[in-house]
Each structure stands twice: as C-alpha cells, then as structure tokens.
Design a protein around this ligand. Structure first.
Ligand code: DAH
Length: 369
C-alpha cells in the first residue's frame, strides 16, 4: 500500500497482510528505487541524514518491512531475512558513496572560493651570492685574470704545513693550544691559508703563481672584528726576479678594482716568520673615506678613527721557506700575502661589524646583494 506525506512525497508502509515472500523482491526493488530517487535530490549532509533515517533508520521503512516478516510462515522467515539484509547492505554502500561525493564537492567549492586565478602573483624572490662568497670570488677573479691559478687546500692541517714549514718555531706563541684548535694527533684546524704556499711549492717546480681561499680557525672570541672561523685569500708568486714592487702593484691593483679607483693602499712594516721583509696591508676606510671621523664623530666606528682598514699580511717569501720547499733562493724569489675576506666585505659594503656576515638575516643579505 502506498501513501503520501503532507509534502506530497510518496512513501510506503506495510501491513502484515501485504507481505508474501513471493512479493518481497518486488517490494525491495521499489523501495530501492525510491531511496535512489531521494538521494538524487540530496545536496548536503543534513539532507543525507534525513534520507538515511527515513529509509534505513530504526523507525524507517526497512524496519517496517522487517517487522512484516513475522507474518510469513516460519519456514520462509530466514530466507526473507537474508534477502532483506543483502538489499540493505547494498543501500548502505550507496548512501556512503553519496556522503563521499558530498564531501568532495564541498572541498571543490572551498578551493574554487580560495583560488582566484586572476589574482596577481607575488613577485618571485631571487637569491643572491652571500657577501663573503662575492668578496672571495671578486678577489680571486682579479688574480685569475692575471694568470694566477686557483687552488684549494685542506682545512684540517698538520703542524708541519701550518707551522714548521712556514718557519714558525715550536716555541712561537701562535702554536699555543690557547690560540689554535688541535686534534691531539699532530693535526689542527688550519690557523691561516699559508700552508698552501708550501703544498704548492713542494708539488710544482718554479715558477708558480697561485691564489687559494677558504676558511681558517683561531681561538678568538666573537666581536665586531673577530670570529673563531673566518676566511682568507692567500696569494703566492715565485719566479726569478720577483720583488716588493710586484707585491705592492698587485695588491694596490686589487684594492682599486674591488673598492674603487681612488682607494689608497698602505704597506706598514711588520713581522711574519715566513716573509722577509714583511708588511701589513691597509686600505682607505669606507666609513670615513680615510679621514678618521664620520658624521661629525671624531672616532669613525668602522676603523676606530685611524682612517685605515687592515686587510692582512704580506711580504717577500723567506729564503728558509723557499729552501724547505726545494726552491733555490739564489735563483728565485717570491711574494706572498694573506688577506681577510671578511675585511674585504667590510670595505665593499661599509660594514662596521663582521657579525652581520655570519648571522645571515635575509633582510640584511638582501641589502648587501
Ligand atoms: N698567514 C698570516 C696570518 O694569517 C697572513 C700572512 C702574512 C700571509 C704574510 C702571507 C704573508 O702570505 O706573506 O696572519
């Protein structure tokens, strides 16, 4: 028997007399058809729940049908129960796939709202070379274009290459454990890039012209000018007739190329065990343009008021060092230098604190790019 809800939808209920197992298939088919029609109208989860309850719920249509089984002869009841259960399992699957579909559609709608393909894209952010890498490449590039080979050496060195072969005696203060990082087996983190002078000369007969760059390590505290890890570029030119004028010319040329044509370069007498004579290399302070005072402050913060920034050390290769490497100091002579890459970056970017080079704040790096 079919009836109608007040909203006009058809529904069916069964009174016991209406059920016979011969009609069960037909009745289930009709119920299934109405369930599918009802699902076709469903647009959201609440409507789906209504349909589920109306057809498959405890007081829904299927329960009415189950109850009617009681009217059948006892022998037919188990078979009828099986038929109904099979139909219900199929319908539950249909309801579940409708739930999935609703969920997918809700997500699609959300995405459609969220993605406006006409919206202008944010500008692409491009990276840049780190200022230390740039300084290193600028300095090495200057020498490469003048015929110097670029070589690389180990950061873990032996005491022989780091000290002995460079004429740094066993009682030299630089060899103290307080200044260097030792491994305790005759090796240490190199304290400068100068060991590559020896490695190069021992591997190649003269003439040699090389630059090498990389990290060096010392037990320094961290402040505006110092760091326990820093970078150096080391140069070495050995050939017959090389003299101090070649050294001055090359380093002055490097400073003018890297920092500008008006850059002054000063060579101050100094001492290094592996050079004789030795000189420290200074260049015009970018903070005060060499005047020592910046923005009315008589003590320029970048150079401490001297007007100069110290770049590193240099000199004529010591005859003992040449001999140790198998070179004859009566036939060849050479110059060498070791310059701080952090110092080069300070001058290039007018920095008064090298710590910004290690902190890697993206905003600062973008400014220095
Ligand atoms: N190795 C020295 C240092 O780190 C710097 C240096 C001085 C390098 C004189 C040289 C040189 O090649 O000739 O303090």
């Amino acid at each position: 028997m079919t009836n109608a809800w007040p909203n006009g939808r058809a529904f069916a209920f069964y009174d016991r007399s209406e059920v016979a197992i011969s009609q069960l298939g037909e009745q289930l088919q009709a119920l299934g058809a109405r369930l599918e029609a009802a699902l076709g109208d469903v647009r959201d989860g609440a409507a789906l729940d209504d349909v589920r309850v109306r057809f498959l719920g405890r007081s829904g249509e299927i329960t009415a049908l189950r109850r009617a089984i009681g009217n059948l002869p006892p022998a037919e009841r188990p078979e009828a129960g099986k038929i109904i259960n099979a139909a219900v399992t199929g319908w539950e699957a249909i309801v579940a796939s409708k739930a999935d579909e609703l969920q997918r559609r809700a997500l699609d709608t959300q995405l459609e709202i969220a993605i406006d393909v006409t919206f202008p894209a944010p500008p692409a952010r491009s990276g840049s070379l780190h200022p230390l890498r740039r300084a290193l490449e600028d300095a090495c590039g200057y020498f490469e274009r003048r015929g110097f080979a670029v070589v690389l050496g180990p950061e873990i060195e032996t005491e022989y290459y780091n000290f002995d072969a460079l004429n740094i005696p066993a009682d030299h203060p630089a060899r103290e454990g307080l200044d260097s990082f030792y491994f305790g087996d005759g090796r240490l983190l190199r304290t400068h890039t100068s060991p590559m002078q020896i490695r190069t000369m021992q591997a190649h007969p003269p003439p040699v012209a090389i630059v090498t760059s990389g990290k060096a390590y010392r037990r320094d505290g961290i402040d505006a000018r110092h760091s326990p890890m820093f970078h150096q570029i080391e140069g070495l030119l050995v050939a017959p007739g090389i003299h101090m004028g070649h050294l001055k010319g090359m380093l002055t040329g490097m400073c003018r190329e890297l920092f500008g044509p008006n850059q002054a370069v000063r060579f101050r007498p100094s001492f290094f065990p592996f050079t004789e004579p030795s000189a420290e290399v200074d260049t015009t302070c970018p903070g005060c343009a060499g005047t020592g005072s910046a923005a009315g402050d008589p003590g320029c913060k970048t150079c401490g008021g001297s007007g100069w920034i110290e770049l590193g050390g240099s000199g004529m290769v010591h005859p003992g060092v040449l001999r140790e490497s198998g070179y004859d100091p009566d036939v060849v002579s050479g110059f060498a230098f070791g310059v701080g890459i952090e110092r080069i970056a300070m001058v290039q970017h007018d920095l008064d604190d090298i710590r910004v080079l290690f902190e890697n704040d993206p905003k600062v790096l973008a400014q220095l790019a």
